[in-house]
Design a protein around this ligand. Structure first.
Ligand code: ADP
Ligand code: MG
Length: 230
């Protein structure tokens, strides 16, 4: 289980996160939602170690990650797919994947398993990352994160700017990963229907704080109108 307690973050003296509490139970998919600029990415960066909260703790199972650097957190089981995907455009698909293998000592048979989830990558192993479509790059970014053998996969707006058929494929893949039962998922997402389709529970943030949370079935029109529609 991932748990954040009382996370506070400031940039240049202005408070961005105000006491964020959030948990991702094992075997579940949690959607973190909210309008632009409310602090979703900052929350994820606090988990990954790219932002250092001035107050609060991040724990994965019994391990306190709060003082660890990003690479240590990755070894503890935090897998991150950043917003905008962030793959290496000049490396081939295979070389992009190999970065995870080298850094995390992943075994080669895991590559086969991950490539089974994304057949298109298997076909394009020798293509440069930069020539792939947005949806293919997103699949590559997810595959790369899976090869670090995470306990939790954290994705920042994976459907942003992606064609509907690939969004469906990504949704199916996340459900498949969850079903295998070894990896829980925390998904930052603004696309409501996607959250409703794949999520078990939701959190909604507004101005740096969690303002609503619950099982996904409780995400009703009132909540959506109040906190999500522009
Ligand atoms: N590196 C930064 N320096 C200063 N302010 C930042 C920085 N990153 C984000 N912010 C500000 O923090 C707030 C939350 O940003 P972010 O976490 O990216 O929101 P979201 O992901 O919900 O759109 C925004 O007001 C944004 O302008
Ligand atoms: Mg963001």
């Amino acid at each position: 289980m991932l748990s954040l307690s009382n996370i506070n973050v400031s940039y240049d003296g202005s408070r961005i996160l105000r006491g964020v509490n959030l948990t991702v139970p094992d075997r579940s998919l949690v959607c973190l939602m909210g309008r632009n600029g409310v602090g979703k990415t900052t929350t994820l960066k606090s988990i990954v170690g790219l932002v250092r909260p001035e107050l609060g703790t991040v724990k994965l199972d019994a391990v306190d990650l709060s003082a660890m650097k990003p690479d240590q957190r990755a070894r503890e089981g935090i897998g991150f797919v950043p917003q905008g995907r962030d793959i290496f455009p000049h490396l081939t698909v295979w070389e992009n994947l190999k970065v995870s293998l080298v850094v995390h000592g992943t075994k080669a048979d895991q590559v086969d398993r991950v490539l089974e989830l994304f057949p298109i990558l298997k076909e394009f192993l020798q293509r440069k990352g930069g020539v792939l479509s947005g949806g293919q790059q997103q699949q590559l970014a997810i595959a790369r994160a899976l090869l670090t053998d995470p306990k939790i996969l954290i994705l920042d707006e994976p459907t942003e700017g992606i064609q509907p058929n690939i969004i469906d494929l990504i949704g199916d893949t996340l459900l498949k990963i969850k079903k295998e039962g070894k990896i829980s998922i925390l998904l930052v997402e603004q696309y409501l229907d996607f959250c409703l389709a794949v999520g078990d529970s939701f959190y909604i943030m507004d101005r740096g704080a969690v303002v609503a949370e619950g099982p996904i079935a409780q995400l009703n029109d009132d909540i959506v109108k109040k906190h999500l529609t522009v």
